[in-house]
Write a protein that binds this ligand. Sequence first.
Ligand code: NAP
Length: 252
Amino acid sequence: MEQNQPLKRVALITGASRGIGRAISISLAAEGMNVCINYAGNEAAALKTKALCEEASPDITALTVQADISSEEGCHTLIQSALDAFGRIDVLINNAGITQDNLLVRMDTQQFDRVIALNLRGAFLCCQAVTRTMMKQRYGRIINISSIVGLHGNAGQVNYAASKAGLIGLTKSIAKELASRNITANAIAPGFIETDMSAAMTDAAKAATLAQIPCGREGLPSDVAEAVRFLASEKASYITGQVLGVDGGMGI
Ligand code: NAP
């Protein structure tokens, strides 16, 4: 880096090719951060996110990295790719997530394990892999995308709810471990957000969910991204171990 050049923060966002992850990437790029955009298989969507980030802030660098966050190797490849490209990671957003819904009595162990492996174990592995770097930097922001379902539970989603509740425990513990190193860890609990994930719901389930939202509308990915933008900023240095609902009042 040239002398007197202001430090460019680096944000790594898992599951950033679509939906909430894409919106977060664009909003952090707009803040002037270099972004590492992770995806599982949808390269075209990841390249679209990259183009939108560069459009939001032409002087940043956006890198796309294919990696399966449910595997240990995938997490390490991802973190190493970001470090090779940028030399640092300031912000980690654990956003990649899936659902595999079924009632408890019908859920097989593979459905349970797949959801935990990505939503919870993947987030743990990514946190662990960035910690040394963040400790050396004496700076870090970790934001885990949980869900209102992790706070309140949901019939048909024991696996998903357990993964999202687990993320909250993970976040609070990391916050306690790393606060003295100037690393914060917070969780966001979105409600019902308009993405491919929520598009899979039946019309009846959507209507029933909408009826529970005091704001009277589905959330947008940008609603979540705005909360992330603040928690990822230097201004949020005294906020750690918190769970912020972005749910239109659904969790009240
Ligand atoms: P989405 O539209 O389905 O997008 C999922 C993203 O995760 C995609 O970028 C996908 O990549 C990536 N992904 C899937 N499997 C992966 C893997 N094994 N490794 C790496 N990346 C993987 O989801 P979304 O609605 O934006 O949700 C984002 C997060 O918010 C999730 O953690 C979700 O649980 C949480 N959330 C969502 C809602 C909601 O209403 N939408 C509510 C509460 C919480 P590809 O494009 O390559 O497949």
